[in-house]
Each structure stands twice: as structure tokens, then as C-alpha cells.
Ligand binder design. Structure first.
Ligand SMILES: Cc1cc2nc3c(=O)[nH]c(=O)nc-3n(C[C@H](O)[C@H](O)[C@H](O)COP(=O)(O)O)c2cc1C
Length: 197
């Protein structure tokens, strides 16, 4: 009965086939049906379909990535390999979606405890939209993967794509038609992660 939900898997390799604009619109619209704290719908989507936009993003993100890898003490050969892989993932993905969070309509509090809780609620709401986006892509016969690179370079993403300053980049999704059969993944047993009372 839950087979559709259980068969969504992360897909990292795609055909060069483009995604029809109506299909893309439907996926994003379905993502906006996610639940959100106070129904404030803090999700925002930057959708990259043009090679030029993907190229600009990949070039600028790779500069930040290089800095981080150098701090880790990685060899130049390994850095080049990782950067090339990261660039081609962006450039070869038929569609790249940057999922952002906009806190401007969330509640504002004078204290740190409630400010943190409100931010967490917004993050949880945006994550719900992220999952729905992946499930909607799955429903359209598309593969997708959620990646976290924008978390390490939020300002770079905002300036590369000229996004509003209030759009905080939270995740980057790659979408396309899959060329991959995902391997079985290790799963925790339900009873290891559940406590019934
Ligand atoms: C918050 C989050 C961040 C992730 N970041 C990455 C990432 O940076 N690169 C990547 O290849 N996959 C990333 N993934 C995908 C996970 O690796 C994947 O969901 C996990 O291995 C389970 O596999 P499945 O999605 O096929 O069920 C991320 C997933 C989530 C939810």
C-alpha cells in the first residue's frame, strides 16, 4: 500500500533529457502543499534550467569548496577531482533547484529561546517541502537527490543567482530522468527507532 512512498530513492545520474516545463511547475506546486508552521509557507524555490545559470553557480560554489577542502589539508589532485565532480553534477543535471527559507513572515520574539524555536519551525517546514518535491518528482517518473552544498555557501548562492537577500539557501536538488538503479540501502529496523507507549 505504501509502495510508492517507499520506492523513492536518491538518484545522482541522469539522461540528458530535459524536463517539460508543465511537469516542473506541477512538482514545485505540489511541494508547496507541505505543512508549515502557522501556515507561513517559508519555502522559496530558485529553479535553474539554463546552462548559463548552472555554470555560474557551479563556478562560484567551486571556489568556496576549494577553500574548504584546502583547510582540510587535502592534496591538490584530490581537490581537483572533487571540484570537477561537483561542477559536473550541477552542469549535467537537467534541472537544479535551490530550496530556500524566507523568515520574513515568521513570528519575531524578543528572546533567544523562542527565536530559535521559530527558526527551527521554519527549517522543518522547508524540509517538509523538500521531501514533497522529491516525492512529486518520483510521481512524475523522475529521479532526484537532495544535496546540502548551499548550506556551506549561502551568500555565494544568493549572489550567483541574484536571489532576494531574505532567501536563505537550504538545499540543492538535482532532477532528471534516471540512468541509475539504486543499490539496496541499509535500513534501521523500525523497532530500533520507535518507542511505543
Ligand atoms: C538533509 C540531506 C542532505 C543530503 N545531502 C546530500 C549530499 O550533499 N550529497 C548527496 O549525494 N546526497 C545527499 N543526501 C541524500 C542522502 O545521501 C540519501 O537520502 C540517503 O543516503 C538515503 O538514500 P535514499 O535517498 O536513496 O533513500 C542528503 C539527504 C538529506 C535528507
Amino acid at each position: 500500500m505504501h509502495n510508492f512512498l517507499r520506492t523513492r530513492r536518491s538518484i545522482r545520474r541522469f539522461t540528458s533529457g530535459t524536463i517539460d516545463r508543465d511537469v516542473l511547475n506541477r512538482i514545485i506546486e505540489t511541494a508547496t502543499y507541505a505543512p508549515s508552521a502557522h501556515n507561513r509557507q517559508p519555502w522559496r524555490f530558485a529553479v535553474l534550467t539554463h546552462p548559463e545559470a548552472k555554470f555560474r553557480l557551479s563556478e562560484l560554489l567551486s571556489k568556496d569548496f576549494r577553500t574548504d577542502l584546502a583547510v582540510d589539508g587535502m592534496s591538490e589532485t584530490e581537490i581537483k577531482y572533487r571540484i570537477n565532480r561537483s561542477k559536473s553534477r550541477i552542469n549535467e543535471s537537467p534541472v537544479v533547484i535551490i530550496l530556500c527559507m524566507d523568515l520574513s513572515e515568521m513570528d519575531v520574539y524578543p528572546d533567544a529561546k523562542r527565536t530559535t524555536a521559530e527558526r527551527t519551525m521554519a527549517i522543518q517546514s522547508v524540509a517538509a517541502a523538500g521531501l514533497l518535491l522529491q516525492l512529486a518528482a518520483h510521481a512524475e517518473g523522475l529521479g532526484s537527490v537532495w544535496t546540502c552544498a548551499p548550506l556551506f555557501s549561502p551568500n555565494t548562492v544568493i549572489s550567483a543567482l541574484e536571489l532576494p537577500a531574505s532567501w536563505e539557501p537550504m538545499a540543492m536538488f538535482f532532477l532528471g530522468y534516471s540512468t541509475q538503479v539504486p543499490k539496496e540501502k541499509p535500513m534501521k529496523a523500525p523497532y530500533d527507532v520507535v518507542k511505543f507507549l
